[in-house]
Write a protein that binds this ligand. Structure first.
Ligand SMILES: [Zn+2]
Ligand SMILES: [Zn+2]
Length: 187
């Protein structure tokens, strides 16, 4: 006859790792592979009542290098893709916190900080598709290229659109009005 143990799953709202407090909902860096960090959002912390190991259930972010064979020009160095892929990891592999903003908040944010990232899409690794697809990503300038917040743009004071300085006539003062807006002003 076997003795069946009563297993008790204990959940935590926060854990302290190397004197840093991490909470459910935080986005974090995870060190699972050598010389390569992974990113994930913490969904829960838990422990099997009879064992010492603590786990975090996470939802992975994908890095552009995991999705594109050759990374396109419009992909930012701070870009991550959300996903629906969940996994349990040991809490000891969590080592830093990151902030993942949406594209417009990231673009408006002038702070340069390696731990501030952004996401404008979700990657489905089973179907190998991005949602929304690239065809629906925000485009800018007269060249209609996909916005890359790492690039330098001049802003139109009329429509608040973004333009590559090299694509439009270099403004001689600080104010720039795009062709569409200056035509609309004349009419
Ligand atoms: Zn352009
Ligand atoms: Zn304009």
């Amino acid at each position: 006859m076997s003795i069946s143990m009563i297993r008790k799953k204990i959940e935590y709202k926060k854990v302290i790792i190397n004197s840093e407090t991490y909470r459910v909902g935080d986005s974090v860096k995870i060190n699972e592979r050598k010389d390569d960090c992974l990113y994930a959002e913490i969904l829960s912390f838990w422990q099997d009542g009879l064992k010492p190991d603590a786990y975090a259930k996470v939802r992975w972010y994908f890095k552009p290098s995991e999705i594109f064979e050759e990374i396109p020009d419009f992909i930012s160095a701070a870009e991550l893709m959300t996903s629906n892929v969940e996994q349990n990891i040991t809490v000891q592999s969590i080592y830093d916190r990151v902030t993942v903003l949406n594209l417009s908040d990231y673009h408006e944010n002038d702070l340069v900080d390696d731990n501030i990232m952004f996401s404008r899409s979700l990657y489905d690794p089973r179907l190998k598709v991005l949602r929304p697809p690239l065809s629906q990503w925000k485009r800018v300038c007269v060249c209609e290229s996909i916005l890359n917040p790492d690039e330098v743009y001049v802003g139109c004071d009329g429509c608040f659109g973004f333009f590559h300085p090299e694509c439009v006539i270099a403004p001689d003062d600080k104010e720039y009005i795009c062709d569409k807006c200056s035509k609309a002003q004349k009419n």
